[in-house]
Design a protein around this ligand. Sequence first.
Ligand SMILES: [Fe+2]
Length: 305
Amino acid sequence: MEMTIAPSSTRPLAPVFDLAPLSAALGAEVVGLDLSRPPSEAIVTALRSALDRFGVLLFRGQHLDPDQHIAFSRALGPLQEVAQKQYQLANNPFIYVIGNVQEGGRQVGDPSVGRLWHSDQSFLPSPAYGSVLFGVQCPPEGAATLFANMYAAYEALPADVRERIGDLHAVHSFREYYELLRHRDPTQPELTDARRNAFPDVVHPLARRNPRTGRLALFINPGYAIGIKELPGAEGEELLAFLCAHACKPEFVYAHQWRNGDVLIWDNLAVNHKGTEFDTARYVRRMHRTTIASTPDAYAATLIH
Ligand SMILES: [Fe+2]
């Protein structure tokens, strides 16, 4: 099924792009856009609206140099600098290199990021709006990215659970996430005091609202959330585990198998995501990510109370 999206107007306009849903769970392929050319305001508006509806957008066959990647991402909002400085593209604080790629014997990509379900930068006081991930070099097997529809996950919760979580907040922690990462991958450098202080733990409500559609999403992820602010340790951990297990049930999930030239954009309020393993002895993987920041006002607009 394809549908044509055009900017709203009383005059008929040429179609901007076509949308083809990717799965029953979420996502759509955007057909007919070359992201190396700066998008018009009408296209940006139509893309935001498509993102509100589908959570994840796929663009195939793209060719983006770092400047073009940044220019397209900036059209959607201000960019967040890379938090893992050792994996930013050389002299470029806005492009995060992900994968096992090496240059001159040096690891230039983050080799082990995102293996737990997470929402990008939920450890920030105003978590990222969107992420734009470009598949520069993609293994032909493995390395799929999984996405879970957090609107559908919220809506499928029993009514009493939705009622209960409406007043609760999760604690999200970069520090705990990083320690877990180091435990799994001892080659990662120790967290410096400066970086620990730059990312103190934050709290976010378990349910947030898309301010444009009014739809509620479950906002919790096992990558960064370490407990429930209002509940004692074990009780909070139990609820956290229940919600995280619920949110990644197969009916909410789309698995994206990457091809070179794929670009995926996702809304970090609408979806959780996780990376999967691949044969690192056989294949090189290189992905470039930009991150579209949020602002305190935009974040406040997602709060229910
Ligand atoms: Fe991620």
